[in-house]
Design a binder for this molecule. Structure first.
Ligand code: NA7
Length: 603
């Protein structure tokens, strides 16, 4: 988006009382509190300082290098990962005239969608939203076949994007980044890779993903299990045939709920080991009809503009009213409508208080529990499937058209490992404190060391050789979720402190990548060779992140959002839940103010 238009969009977000962030309006007043951000006053001040002028973009190579020392590094940018983030980062940086190379551990591109190829893998954001918006041509050319895209189709899409924009030469597959260390003398990063190589770059950009480092529970005896076992995130590319097998599934989050019905359809018996019951709304997945697609595509640009300013990166129409002030029959009618229509975001966006008031949340929770009771024939199984003890939405709201009904099949058993935990694995199966289950195969859908796992898997060392792992020992901390104090010239795409996992992540990725691209251009145009968040700006931002989160119900569940699924991980809620539109405006405001809150070096 041109700079002027971007500014206009952010001003619109500050001022428009009718913007689609109704659900979050109570929080909006706090959003610009940190850093004393009054956008109108700030703008006046900037104009006086002469900063309020457009940056010409894209810069030509000559203009970019005019103010620079001769390059002493191999590359302008090294990117880690070639999923949605890495692919777009390569394209955006290349298009801006930067030299760039991405390293990808997999033997194909696609990131999350490369690795998570288990049966039933499907995105819970609609395909029209869960796709790049940077190219109107791409938007028009590509046709999604279904309302919610399945993993193979998303992977095809990402491969198409890589080919269409000629990105493959800049992506090195089968290569894991093992470490990255900052050298203050040359103002560059040395990046080491699993093939024994190393490369230097002015900027180090992690696009390693929020959900990349999978975790398998440390169960005694697992190594002695006779049958095969799998984690859903490392599914064999040739698939697995469970026909006639007794299969144990551990994990009932978004992934477990997707894979279970697929296994149940062929297995002799499926045992679902459930530690925590989860809320799931229907998808109502269906083919995307050609006429519907045509009509939608005729207004794609307007839709995307609205999405960028929306709360979740997807425009949702809510009532704009609190559920507690509504007549009960109206509430039930609206929930029933949204249940019939399918999708999690419209459900939780129906009323303004569902995610900020426990009492309001109880209303929607009970509605959902009633749907489970109505679907599952055995009342004891239904009761066990009814989630309790945490608010709806505080764990990722799952989506499935067939999970609950699957428990009506005679070949599916629900095993409660909350009251009788798994004790061990024996060669022939799994033993809980109450019983033993003979199994031929085991499937772990046990999630990820989210948000920080992929970063910590690399030995990242910033100024003074300080490891990122030490700097973040008591919890991740990043200014705007995009850069970390002590780690100059390192950028994080959808890092901790950003709305990434609470949004349509593809739009969040685009916003981050474009912000970083523009930042690098600005640094070059102004003769700066280094940029790093000031510690006080970073801690003010993270305080703001937690202030906003604590005004909601999100931190109130034991989930990967707070790191509760990883033994020993500090319990910190690091996602920004103040909304994508306001967050984008904040990022733009920081940029416009000459990267306020960052220390700049080299001029
Ligand atoms: P999640 O949402 O982290 O779910 C993991 C599941 O595995 C969840 O039911 C956990 O139970 C269960 N789990 C984890 N460790 C254990 C052990 N040790 N024993 C028994 N059960 C265990 O991961 P997903 O892959 O489903 O989804 C991740 C995200 O991907 C999702 O939010 C979407 O954004 C896409 P718990 O709830 O911890 O009791």
């Amino acid at each position: 988006m041109p700079w002027r238009a971007r500014r206009a969009a952010s001003e619109h977000d500050f001022e428009d009382p009718g913007s689609p962030v109704t659900l979050w309006r109570p929080l909006r007043s706090t959003i610009f509190f940190c850093l004393g951000g009054n956008p109108h006053k700030d703008k006046a001040r900037l104009v006086r300082r002469g900063i309020d002028r457009p940056i010409s973009w894209p810069l030509t190579s000559d203009a970019r290098f005019a103010k620079e020392e001769p390059p002493v590094v191999d590359l302008d940018v090294v990117v880690v990962g070639a999923g949605f983030s890495g692919i777009y980062a390569v394209h955006a940086f290349r298009s801006a005239g930067l030299s760039v190379k991405a390293f990808e551990a997999g033997d194909g591109i696609g990131g999350t969608w490369f690795w998570n190829s288990y049966p039933g893998a499907r995105c819970d954001v609609e395909s029209k939203d869960y796709s790049y918006s940077f190219s109107p041509e791409l938007e028009q050319e590509w046709s999604w076949s279904e309302r919610y895209p399945a993993q193979p189709e998303i992977l095809r899409y990402l491969n198409h994007v890589a080919d269409r924009f000629g990105l493959r030469p800049y992506i090195q597959l089968n290569t894991r980044v093992t470490g990255a260390s900052w050298d203050a003398g040359s103002a560059s990063w040395t990046v080491t890779t699993s093939d024994g190589g190393s490369v230097t770059a002015r900027y180090f950009v992690s696009a390693a993903g929020c959900l990349s480092e999978f975790q398998v529970p440390d169960l005694p005896g697992l190594a002695e299990f006779d049958g095969p076992w799998y984690h859903t995130s490392r599914w064999p590319k040739d698939g697995v045939d469970f026909t006639g097998k007794r299969v144990g599934l551990v994990g009932t989050g978004s992934t477990g709920i997707q894979v279970a019905p697929e296994i149940a359809a062929v297995a002799e018996h499926l045992y679902v080991f459930q530690r925590t019951a989860n809320f799931a709304v229907p998808n109502r997945n269906r083919p995307w009809a050609e006429a519907e697609e045509r009509a939608f595509k005729s207004r794609y640009r307007e839709y995307r503009a609205e999405a960028r300013q929306s709360f979740l990166g997807v425009p949702i129409t809510g009532t704009g009213r609190p559920v507690l002030a509504e007549p009960a029959q109206d509430v039930q009618r609206l929930f029933a409508e949204r249940w019939r229509a399918g999708g999690g975001m419209p459900f939780l966006g129906a009323y303004t208080d569902l995610l900020v008031s426990q009492q309001a949340n109880d209303v929607v929770a009970e509605f959902m529990r009633d749907r489970i009771r109505e679907t599952v024939a055995d009342p004891d199984v239904a009761e066990l499937l009814c989630p309790r003890g945490y608010p709806v939405g505080a764990k990722r709201l799952c989506q499935s058209d067939d999970y609950y009904a699957m428990f009506n099949r005679p070949n599916v058993s629900l095993v409660d490992i909350r009251s009788a935990p798994i004790e061990s694995v024996y060669p022939g199966g799994v033993k809980t404190t109450a019983d033993a289950y003979d199994l031929d195969a085991l499937v772990f859908a046990t999630g990820f060391d989210a948000l920080t796992g992929a970063l910590f898997a690399m030995d990242i060392r910033g100024a003074g050789g300080v490891p990122l792992r030490s700097a973040w020992a008591s919890g991740a901390s990043a200014y705007l979720g995009v850069a970390a104090a002590g780690f100059p010239n390192m950028f994080l795409i959808t890092g901790p402190g950003s709305p990434a996992v609470f949004s349509n992540v593809v739009l969040s990725i685009e916003q981050h990548v474009e912000w970083v691209r523009d930042c690098i251009a600005w640094l070059r145009a102004h003769g700066h060779t280094t940029i790093e968040p000031a510690a006080d700006a970073q801690s003010a931002w993270m305080s703001h992140v937690s202030e906003v989160a604590n005004a909601t119900l999100f931190p109130r569940a034991d989930s990967w959002y707070v790191g509760a699924n990883i033994p020993g991980k500090p319990r910190v809620f690091t996602s920004y839940v103040g909304g994508c539109g306001p967050y984008r405006a904040k990022c733009d405001e920081v940029a416009k103010a000459g990267y306020a809150g960052f220390a700049l070096g080299g001029s």
